[in-house]
Design a protein around this ligand. Structure first.
Ligand code: GDP
Ligand code: MG
Length: 446
């Protein structure tokens, strides 16, 4: 869906925090700037963006980090919480009481997606064991009832409509009589309105006569922050109103629509995420933010942070620095990293070390990881442990065995040598205590 774009830019912003070797004021400021940019691109209102970024920065920099929690985790948690808060504090489910029939009326301007959502909601409740029925009171548009019938037939849900009627209230009341044994009745209305005020007027009239348990305003998410006007007028007009934002799949402005609606205080109950009848889901801000970021929830997000903070066993680190750095080590290190920046951390956590592997080298490694794996697998154990023995015929053999080229194998060996040399230089420069004695033979030979 189109919100994916917002999701991925937010995730990219957070990833920098995962990967940063230290999380300090500069990291937080950069994160906040990245988030601002991502939200503005999703058409979120400028004032809202400034609001949320101010709060994030304030909290991330000034809040006391509880014991046992790293600064990094805290920052990620603040971002998650603030994004959630910004989309509406809590979710508000539809109250379904056993034995009591719920009547939900859908209103909204033409083309917002009322008819489609009426069917989607029926499907949603049907799947959860309820018995829905649909009523069409769109007495203006010819073909409106047929559209609803068609959708309902696919999911086997009964419908009521009256093609001859010009009176939506009468049709609704007649319809309600038809389904005494159903437990959720969804009423699809007309909405020819171009303006909010007209829409509100008709909604009030219908509400007064039909007395639904809930009125749901369907808002087209592609209108972005314009949704504010509709949501506000609606929220002020009815105490039993909830909002359904549709077409979040179709537009990059969905973030703008959602946040604008949430800002009015009107509860968003469902979101429509596609044209198919299954494409609807209850709106739970915290879950939504988690999904937007590509994780389930805060827990999963924090797990990711933990992974990024993965500890490299000190023994291993020392072995590598003392010269015993084989191709297998290199591969394992890069695999453990898989984009998380652990390798950088490995270097940072070594005593006295503040060296960075050139970004280029890491990027190359991450791109070619899969190739490396098969090449290294095609090597003999002694080749892996002591790549110096490689000659042209060994290179050819590995290339053949792994379905790569001589050039690629040479490239891998070159990368290995580069890293090895780097470790060597580090050792000389830093004169770390454990380098002095017991240097492995193969290192001395170089
Ligand atoms: P109504 O005039 O308010 O009843 O709107 P309709 O239900 O007839 O929908 C108008 C158009 O929007 C139709 O082409 C639907 O297929 C489309 N639509 C509805 N919901 C969604 C959604 O969540 N995503 C997308 N992409 N299209 C939708
Ligand atoms: Mg319709």
């Amino acid at each position: 869906m189109a919100l994916e774009h917002l999701g991925s830019s937010l995730y990219q912003a957070l990833r920098k925090v995962f990967k940063a070797s230290v999380v300090d004021e500069a990291t937080v400021k950069e994160l906040v700037r990245d988030i601002q940019r991502a939200l503005l691109q999703a058409d979120v209102n400028v004032k809202l963006v400034l609001d949320i970024s101010k709060r994030m920065e304030e909290r991330a920099l000034n809040e006391k980090v509880p014991p046992g929690v790293s600064r990094r985790e805290h920052v990620v948690k603040v971002v998650y919480e603030e994004l959630t808060r910004f989309l509406g504090e809590k979710s508000v489910p539809i109250k379904m009481e056993p034995g009591k029939r719920q009547v939900i009326m859908l209103v909204g301007i033409q083309g917002s997606g009322k008819t489609t959502q009426t069917a989607k909601l029926a499907r949603y409740f049907q799947k959860r064991g309820f018995k829905p029925a649909l009523i069409c009171v769109d007495t203006y548009r010819p073909g409106a009832y047929a559209q609803l019938q068609q959708l309902a037939a696919r999911i086997n849900v009964p419908t009521y409509g009256d093609l001859k009627s010009k009176d939506p209230v009468k049709t609704a009341i007649e319809g309600l009589k038809q389904f005494p044994d159903k437990d959720i009745i969804l009423i699809d209305t007309a909405g020819r309105h171009k303006e909010e005020q007209e829409l509100i007027k008709e909604m009030k009239m219908l509400e007064k006569h039909i007395k639904p348990d809930e009125v749901m305003l369907v808002i087209d998410g592609t209108i972005g922050q314009q949704a504010m006007v509709q949501a506000k007028a609606f929220h002020e007009a009815t105490p039993i109103g909830a909002i359904l934002v549709t077409k979040l799949d179709g537009s990059a402005r969905g973030g703008g629509a959602l946040s604008a609606v949430a800002a009015t205080g009107a509860p968003i109950k469902f979101v429509g995420t596609g044209e198919k009848i299954e494409d609807i889901e209850p709106f739970v801000p915290s879950r939504f933010v988690g999904r937007l970021l590509g994780m389930g929830d805060l827990e999963t997000l924090l797990e990711k942070v933990h992974e990024a903070e993965i500890k490299v066993p000190e023994k291993k680190a020392k072995a590598i620095l003392s010269g015993k750095f084989t191709l297998t080590d290199m591969y394992q290190q890069f695999e453990a990293v898989k984009g998380m920046g652990t390798f950088r951390k490995l270097l940072k956590m070594l005593p006295g070390m503040s060296y960075n592997i050139p970004e280029d080298m890491l990027n190359t490694a991450e791109d070619r990881l899969e190739n490396w794996r098969v090449m290294i697998q095609s090597m003999t154990p002694s080749e892996r442990d002591n790549p110096k023995i490689f000659n042209a015929s060994r290179i050819r053999r590995v290339a053949k065995g792994s379905g790569t080229s001589d050039k690629e194998v040479k490239e891998l060996l070159k990368q290995y040598m580069l890293m090895r040399r780097m470790f060597k230089t580090l050792r000389r420069k830093k004169k770390l205590p454990f380098f002095g004695k017991g240097m492995p033979l193969d290192f001395k030979q170089q």
